[in-house]
Each structure stands twice: as C-alpha cells, then as structure tokens.
Design a protein. Sequence first.
Length: 224
Amino acid sequence: MAKILIVEDDNHIHSLLLEILTQEGYEVQGAYSGTEALLYINQNDYDLVLLDLMLPGKSGMEVLTEMHEKKAIPTIVLTAIDNKESTIELLRAGASDYLTKPFNTGELLVRIEVQLRQQEASYAKSTLVFKNVLLDLHQFEGFIGDHPLSLSKREFAILKCLMENPKRVYTKNNLYQQVWGDEFYGDENTINVHISKIRSKIAKLDPNNEYIQTVWGIGFKMVE
C-alpha cells in the first residue's frame, strides 16, 4: 500500500484529498504547514507527496527544495499559479508533476498512479532479489527480510554477479575477472574464502534455505 503525504492548509481541499485517497486504498497522512511537512518527511518514508505552494511556515517551494536535498520522493505540486516560468522553476526544484487549481480529482488520481508506477519501475531496476535475499544496487546494501546482510565490497560484487544470472554457472575465472578486474592465476582459495563467508552470513539470517551451489570442477551458481 502506497503511503502519501498531503501538504495543504486549505481545510476543504485537505479533507477532500484525504477522503478520496483513503477510498482508493492509499495510506494517507496530512500536514497543514511547510514546517510540519518537513518534520513528517524527516521522520517517515513516503511514496508520494502532494504539495501546495502557498503554505504557512515554510513555503511549498522551500519544502520541495529542502526535501529533495535529503530524499528523492515523487512530488505532485498543487498550485493556483499557471505560467511557464513557474512550471520550469518547480521542475528544477525537484517536482515530478504539477496540477493547477481547481483540479479534476480523476486527473489527479491518474497522475498519482503514473508517479507510483514510475517509482516502482525505478526501484525494480535498482534491486536484485533471489529467494529472501535483496541487494540494493544504489546503496550497496544487502538484506534478508528486514535484517541487514553485512557484506564486504567484494562479497557484495560476487553475490551480485550470481544473482544477476541465477541459472548461469560462473567459473572462478569469471568471478575473478568481474570482481577483481584482473586475470585469474589459479589462486582458488581467494574465491573459495569469499564464497564461504557469503554462505555463512546468509545462513545466520536464513538457515532454512540454500543459496550458492558448488558445481564441482566448474564453479558456482545460485541454488534453484
């Protein structure tokens, strides 16, 4: 379920957005000022922000600028201003889309769906998943469920290779060239030690599943 933050000080519009988005099945939180919005953004993770520009405390433009210095959250700006210069300024500040007031609620829902689909597609490209292991390729972090999988740089790179093509058998030469960027000179122990450490770290968090299979005389692949 996507989580959306509504930042709007007009009570009527705020209540309308809250009702519509809740009916659509979204998890919704509301803020009535720019200062309150930034407080929520710093404390929580949101999939989308609906942002009014004319706000008490910090303005919508200030919220947009400060938010995108820390988090890349898709943001649809709701504004009464409709001119080219303002639009360009909003997009440069980090807005994903904008809608002028008064707006059609059906159009707003479609624009929300588009932003969430784009975010989901972007996330899919930045992650690898095999069984219960997830690798975040942007942050270079591994997880099993909610638990961090502490991998060294080379352990991460080896696991990434194997997970990218789980049915492929990687020779030790393949792995050495891709991870170390060098020719393999027969030091099998280097690869074996790293594979052993990866297996051990995964087994501590997920003892009921096997992940890396040794293909004797050839190399390694993921266990189907």
